[in-house]
Ligand binder design. Structure first.
Ligand code: GLN
Length: 398
């Protein structure tokens, strides 16, 4: 391969790895950079612009002068695992052993990667619902897995059990299950999860969950942990994080919970990938893990108000959109604007309207170009500012 070095000389350089040729950078995270460049209200990459709960910040300041600045135990600080085990036992309705059933990771991003690498051999197939969070595509490529996509069909984002069974029949060794779902806001019902569990049992497969929005679910919907279904604990790698629940996306605290046999393997993968999650941040986050039920009720109330306010604003502008049952994303129909590329649409939106969005095609396997994804994990004034700008979308984008 011919490359130019900094002094403009041509050098002969060896090619880089094939596996990295097959995906681009993350479009979600790229749109944050586009938003910053355009000074747009950034509703693309999903993270809050409000402060984490005050007790976490107080505790974080205290940890500065405590003895927590070296590596924690590689699979997570004892204190953190014990608090997490107690919390998840409470919510999952299944006892979690802090010694043998948890690996603390650098965000759920690492949790998902470590889970994939623990389960999948190069050439194995994995089933992925589409639309899907874009990391799963890269996770599959990095672990050598071949994804088989199973559509969730709008407007209800239902799956056809025959299509899922077909994926297992083709040899899918694992299913990736994002519940509540990013980007479509679907909360899988118990009945749907039981249907999945029956197929997982029948075809002797694993399920890797991404449950980072476990506490952001709108009434009357309720989150069911897949691992808690009968017989599923030993087949499920439950991945989640503290990012969304405590508004600390930058702390990079995630985890895998599973049965001891699986966790032994995840511990090894994690140990050599990252050694461990940041020790002082684990210590500070214990405060959040010990919050009572009222914290999660308030969080749900907060996001319900944001959702209702933002959706009402979009309705007033007349933009058609999905209504999420969980998580904090909305797919807005942009077909009326007539753009051939939703990426170009989102770049123009950031520039001309001043709002950052993610092109819907980043999430769909199918050739779908008619959505942009917005999120509402923002202060009310930020959402208001975005809505004021979006009110001009028709004059500026047509
Ligand atoms: N889950 C967030 C989103 O979909 C982003 C998370 C990340 O960038 N790591 O926007």
């Amino acid at each position: 391969m011919r490359c130019m070095d900094f002094s403009n000389r041509f050098l002969i350089m060896p090619a880089l790895s094939h596996r990295t040729e097959n995906f681009t950078d993350s479009v979600i995270r790229r749109m944050t950079r586009v938003s910053l460049r355009c000074n747009a209200v950034n509703l693309s990459q999903g993270f809050p612009d409000f402060a984490p709960p005050a007790p976490l910040l107080t505790r974080l300041a205290e940890t500065a002068s405590e003895n927590v600045h070296q590596y924690s135990i590689t699979w997570g600080a004892k204190n953190f695992r014990e608090a997490l085990a107690a919390k998840q036992t409470h919510f999952m309705g299944h006892p979690v052993d802090p010694e043998g059933e948890i690996v603390v990771t650098c965000g759920s991003t690492e949790a998902m990667m470590a889970a994939m690498m623990s389960v999948v051999n190069p050439g194995d197939k994995v089933a992925v619902f589409s639309p899907f969070y874009e990391n799963y595509g890269a996770d599959a490529i990095l672990s050598g897995a071949e994804p088989i996509y199973v559509p969730l069909r709008p407007p209800e984002f239902l799956f056809d059990p025959r299509e899922l069974e077909n994926a297992f029949r083709q040899g899918a060794k694992a299913l990736i299950l994002c519940n509540p779902s990013n980007p479509c806001g679907k909360v899988f019902t118990r009945k749907e999860l039981e249907c999945i569990a029956a197929l997982v049992e029948k075809y002797d497969a694993f399920v890797i969950t991404d449950e980072v929005y476990e506490h952001i679910v709108y009434a009357p919907y309720e989150h069911t942990y897949f691992a808690s279904l009968p017989g599923m604990w030993d087949r499920t790698l439950s991945c989640s994080s503290l990012s969304k629940t405590y508004s600390i996306t930058g702390w990079r605290l995630g985890y895998v919970i599973s049965s001891p046999r699986i966790i032994e393997t995840v511990k090894k993968v994690h140990d050599f990938l990252t050694v461990g999650a940041p020790a002082p941040l684990q210590e500070a986050a214990v405060t959040g893990l010990r919050f009572g039920d009222d914290y999660y009720r308030d969080l749900q109330g907060l996001y319900t108000r944001k959702r209702d306010m933002f959706l009402a604003g979009l309705d007033a502008i007349g933009l058609p959109h999905t209504i999420p049952d969980g998580a904090y994303y909305i797919l807005v129909d942009i077909s009326e604007f007539g753009y051939a590329s939703d990426l170009e649409f989102c770049e123009a939106l950031a520039e001309k309207v001043g709002v950052g969005a993610v092109p819907g095609s980043s999430f769909f396997r199918e050739n779908v170009n008619s959505y942009m994804r917005l999120h509402f994990a923002k202060r009310e004034e930020t959402l208001q500012a975005a809505l004021e700008r979006l009110a001009k979308i028709r004059e500026r984008m047509r």
